[in-house]
Design a protein. Structure first.
Length: 118
């Protein structure tokens, strides 16, 4: 099993990019929760989650996104998902997440969508 990793950076136009990699499950979901909460505490409501190196996600990992989407949207922002592998996307798709979250092929596309009003 690959260790879970998460980090946050900010784009020049103020979008927080949270990169996640490895395995996101019940044991590691709290790490992502802390990162998401820190971004929100720093008044970042435009959030892109970069899935490029995520290998696995469990229902506990999916739950993290559900916890944060409403407060972020109520604050006038959004959480956009980007760069998912086919394997990870299939989990999101199976559970109907594309109806709740906008999913982009790349992080730059997701970042740009904020400036385009999308």
């Amino acid at each position: 099993m690959t260790e879970f990793k998460t980090s946050t950076s900010k784009s020049p136009d103020g979008v927080c990019v949270i990169s996640i990699g490895g395995y996101l499950d019940a044991h590691t979901a709290s790490d992502l929760e802390r990162n998401m909460q820190q971004a929100i505490d720093e008044n970042c409501t435009k959030i892109v989650v970069d899935f490029a190196t995520l290998e696995y996600i469990s229902s506990a990992g999916l739950g993290v996104f559900m916890v944060f989407i409403e407060p972020v949207r109520l604050a006038g922002g959004d959480i956009k998902l980007a760069a998912m592998t086919e394997k990870v996307f299939s989990v999101f798709d199976l559970l109907g997440f594309p109806a709740l979250f906008t999913i982009y092929k790349s992080v730059p596309q997701a970042i740009e969508s904020f400036s385009l009003g999308g």
